[in-house]
Write a protein that binds this ligand. Structure first.
Ligand code: DOR
Ligand code: ZN
Length: 348
């Protein structure tokens, strides 16, 4: 008897960390197995802050695409105090830079060069609004006095809301949202404001991270929230609203930097990303909404053509290995040593 299958337009990943150097030989084959394109995060060490650096990084990524596959890295620049309107114009003209990423200084991995005072970059943001170049936002305030579980909500009230009022035409993607407040905020705004949703925030809550022992491989930022927030995220993802689309935030770290007394934030999901989303949508009885979320809404928001290739998923379990090689170390993938209930059959 043939198992249940699902045929979709090939999806894109609108938020991805590929890293650099030798580790590209793990991350690029994984992502290009499923996705036609990906918005590539610029938080390298040092960060990708100029068009020239983005173009060079793009070439390093392309050199790791397995033969016979097509995969287009959509590059981003890292917003620093030094980004001026001219570089924004250059980014726009150079068609392979698709967005600019705003990390509040100190908010997450390699965000030391991020922006402390948004006012300093108003000329760059003004230019982005004029050109229609999206600003991608890590939406968390920093500062030890704000509870880590409240950082997204406070960011929306104190930073994002005023920003949208100051620049009403600016295209914004609020990345990897984790709270009901973020869903409500995005829903309350115009078409120029959208959000990405990760497989880990849709599948896990803070009990998975903390109950019965700390699981360092589930530590990510924004941190996993209580399960009522997860329900709001699932509702948003499966609602059919074009404001919510796929962005894995797959963020690999070498095992020794996760399993330590002060571990890095990030969950690696690129090896089974679409399969995780299929599980989530099936559990919500919304498999018919997966194609819009995974393959249409992001492309429409970024104003680039939808893909024409198709991908077929089948309800055959995918076995996830215990680890993958990651440069001279290993990375522990999400669901390590277990199975995912869907697998990719073919891409045509
Ligand atoms: O968990 C995360 N990991 N969140 C981020 O915002 C950054 C990412 C990384 O680069 O490791
Ligand atoms: Zn990220």
């Amino acid at each position: 008897m043939s198992s249940k299958t699902l045929r979709l337009t090939q999806p894109d990943d609108w938020h991805l960390h590929l890293r650099d150097g030798e580790t590209l030989s793990t991350t690029v084959p994984h992502s290009s197995r499923t996705f036609a394109r990906a918005i590539v995060m610029p938080n390298l060490k040092p960060p990708v802050t100029t068009v020239e650096q983005a173009l060079a990084y793009r070439q390093r990524i392309i050199s790791h695409i397995p033969k016979g596959r097509s995969f287009e890295p959509l590059m981003t620049l890292y917003l620093t105090d030094k980004l001026d309107a001219e570089e924004v114009q250059r980014a726009y003209d150079e068609q392979c830079v698709h967005a600019i990423k705003f990390y509040p200084a100190g908010a997450t991995t390699n965000s030391e060069s991020g922006v402390a005072e948004l006012e300093c970059v108003y000329p760059a943001i003004e230019k982005m609004a004029e050109l229609g170049l999206p600003l991608l936002i890590h939406g968390e305030v920093t500062g030890d006095h704000i509870d880590i579980f409240d950082r997204e909500r406070v960011f929306i009230d104190n930073v994002l809301s005023p920003l949208t009022q100051k620049f009403p035409k600016l295209k914004i993607v609020l990345e990897h949202i984790t709270t009901r407040e973020a869903v409500d905020f995005v829903n309350s705004q115009g078409d120029n404001i959208a959000a990405t949703l990760t497989p880990h925030h849709l599948l896990l809550d803070r009990n998975d991270l903390l109950a019965g022992g700390v699981k360092p491989h589930y530590y990510c930022l924004p941190i996993l929230k209580r399960s009522s927030h997860r329900s709001a995220l699932i509702e948003a993802a499966t609602s059919g609203s074009p404001k919510f689309f796929l962005g894995t935030d797959s963020a690999p770290h070498a095992i020794e930097t996760k399993e330590t007394s002060c571990g890095c934030a990030g969950i690696y999901s690129a090896h089974a990303a679409l399969e995780f989303y299929a599980e989530i949508f099936e559990a919500a009885n919304a498999l018919d909404k997966l194609e819009g979320f995974a393959s249409f809404f992001g492309a429409d928001f970024y104003k680039i053509p939808r893909n024409s290739a198709k991908i077929t998923l089948s309800k055959n379990p995918l076995s996830v290995p215990a680890e993958y090689i990651f440069g001279d170390s290993t990375v522990i993938p999400m669901r390590a040593g277990e199975t995912v209930s869907w697998s990719i059959e073919e891409t045509t």
